[in-house]
Design a protein around this ligand. Structure first.
Ligand code: BJW
Ligand code: ZN
Length: 289
């Protein structure tokens, strides 16, 4: 038999909901908290790029060829059919090359610049689209890599590559609505390492499911999380680990956590502030002086 009375749980649940709704859309209160912060972390996910036209990961209508994220972003799929995975990356690279950072990315970059003398602002992003850098953010950590970098599957060399297309065989491929789930492209026609003694198949420099984040990246993230006073959690479903655990780690270290999302996430009840709406609207409001 439990030694904790049922009434305790009832009480805890009430507090949980009070906390959730207490600071919803309270920009003035958030700004007071933010003003006192010396170190600010902005943890971003796909939602911050949604208004730049970049699809998010878990809306059925946004799925490339209706493939589940756990299948498409998986090293086993790349090993079995690298052509199919490269077709997806050709599609998304072309889309992102034409996209522009939106008001949310820009608000974060301008906040960093305006407060550079007094605050350390770090963007921890799960996104691989490079839009924070293009908006002018200087201090960022790309947790899951970058779609404009390649990694050699043989020698592991990482290189920036913004070629469009990345190889001739991919030109005109990658339609998101096609029902083809096997690629016609032969492996020899995909991008390969140019080092004369290597020639290995290149892959996007991205962390897929079941792969571990780079140690140096995790170490840098650990340092900023341990020193953070306020964290903005923007446009993430907070279901993919390890990033999903970061706000909890920061809250345990005493940080105030504010979420910006069009709808509550499973993590919302744990946070101190919740700003409902598109981040291209709410971030400029929250980060203006
Ligand atoms: C807006 C908006 C607007 C929309 N304004 N908001 C059980 C427990 C714990 C862990 C695991 C587990 N089972 C398996 C795992 C491990 C796995 C995992 O977490 N799986 C979960 C699904 C359960 N994690 C891993 O494998 C990681 N590695 C790892 O853990 O290594 C150790 C290990 C190895 C083996 C076994 C176990 C452990 C690696 C994860 C790498 C994730 N990579 C991806 C693919 C990148 C490919 C690419 O981009 O090209 O990264 S997956 C995908 O999800 C992508 C994203 O960065 C990531 C997070 O998604 P995000 O950003 O949150 O986007 P969405 O679409 O989910 O949400 C968008 C949000 O925006 C929504 O909330 C909207 O409401 C909102 N929104 N419009 C504001 N305008
Ligand atoms: Zn190589």
């Amino acid at each position: 038999m439990s030694v904790i009375p049922r009434s305790f749980y009832k009480h805890t649940k009430t507090l949980y909901y009070l906390r959730k709704f207490y600071s919803q859309n309270d920009f003035a209160k958030f700004k007071n908290v933010l003003n006192t912060a010396k170190q600010v972390v902005v943890l971003t996910g796909a939602g911050i790029s949604a208004e730049s036209g970049v699809p998010t990961f878990r809306e059925p209508e946004g799925l490339w060829r209706k493939l589940e994220a756990s299948i498409l972003y998986n090293p086993v799929t790349f090993r079995e059919d690298p052509g199919l995975v490269w077709e997806y990356y050709h599609y998304i690279r072309e889309l992102v090359l034409k996209a522009q950072p939106n008001a949310g990315h820009i608000a974060v970059a301008q906040y960093e610049r305006r407060h550079a003398a007094k605050k350390l602002v770090t963007v921890l992003t799960q996104n691989v689209d490079g839009l924070h850098a293009r908006a002018g953010t200087r201090n960022f950590i790309e947790l899951h890599g970058n779609m404009f970098k390649t990694r050699c599957t043989k020698c592991n060399e990482v290189l920036v590559n913004t070629d469009s297309p990345i190889c001739p065989a991919l030109a005109g491929t990658g339609s998101p609505t096609s029902d083809k789930l096997v690629s016609d492209i032969k492996e020899k026609d995909l991008p390969h390492c140019q080092k004369p003694d290597c020639g290995g198949l290149l892959r996007p420099h991205i962390i897929w499911f079941g792969e571990v984040l780079e140690t140096s990246v995790v170490e840098k993230a650990d340092i900023v999380m341990s020193e953070c006073n306020v964290c903005l959690v923007v446009g993430t479903s907070s279901i993919v680990y390890p990033a999903a655990a970061f706000p909890t780690v920061m809250a345990a270290g005493g940080s105030i956590i504010a979420e910006f999302n069009i709808e509550p996430s499973p993590a919302s009840p744990k946070f101190d502030f919740y700003f409902q709406g598109p981040s291209a609207t709410t971030l400029p409001q929250a980060l203006s002086d």
